[in-house]
Design a protein around this ligand. Structure first.
Ligand SMILES: [Zn+2]
Length: 187
């Protein structure tokens, strides 16, 4: 079974850096780069069997803060359809229906032909039908209403969007720092 990116790695100021696998976390522990950790819900990693026939094991915290100079740059959340559709709860932001990601499209609220940029605050998930009905118009010009105001995820929201298997402690840590007008609960 492939190791999942299931441990939330922070920098020493508490800003999320990435999801790492338990194996990667072990390396960070071994290199003594883990400064502090959070969460109760520990992962147990089984090691080898020692000369006394006992299996060693290591407990990993669900959230670890590490040394490192990453995080000095401003956080820029990469825009992708996968995360965009998740932000919008896999719903078309015009008709409100839920769709499979394969049939959702990225709609530019102010359309590209009118100079609308390809940025988080100008894009929403839309079904093909609504998107083609809207065409090269703004929602106002097309007489359509947006169901939610699109927002650019902060680093905490971004980490939430990037992982489908977030555990209780991690969710609590991230959610307390959400600022988006609405982070739809992912289906
Ligand atoms: Zn629609």
């Amino acid at each position: 079974m492939a190791m999942q990116n299931s441990i939330l790695r922070l920098n020493k100021t508490g800003l999320p850096q990435s999801w790492v696998t338990p194996e990667e976390a072990v390396v960070l522990y071994v290199k003594e780069q883990v400064l502090w950790s959070l969460g109760e819900d520990h992962y147990r990693i089984n090691g080898g069997i020692n000369s006394h026939g006992e299996r060693s094991s290591l407990l990993l915290a669900p959230i670890i803060a590490c040394e490192g100079d990453i995080g000095k740059r401003a956080f820029i959340p990469a825009l992708s359809n996968r995360l965009l559709f998740r932000r919008d709860g896999h719903r078309c932001m015009y008709c409100g229906q839920q769709f499979d990601d394969r049939v959702l499209t990225r709609d530019h609220i102010v359309p590209r032909v009118q100079g609308g940029p390809d940025v988080w605050v100008n894009v929403v998930a839309a079904c093909a039908r609504c998107n083609s009905h809207k065409g090269g118009r703004t929602p106002e010009q097309a007489g359509m209403e947006l169901l939610a105001i699109p927002f650019e995820p902060n680093v905490f929201e971004f980490m939430y969007l990037a992982n489908r298997r977030i555990r209780g402690d991690q969710m609590e840590y991230l959610q307390a720092r959400f600022t988006g007008q609405r982070c739809w609960q992912a289906a």
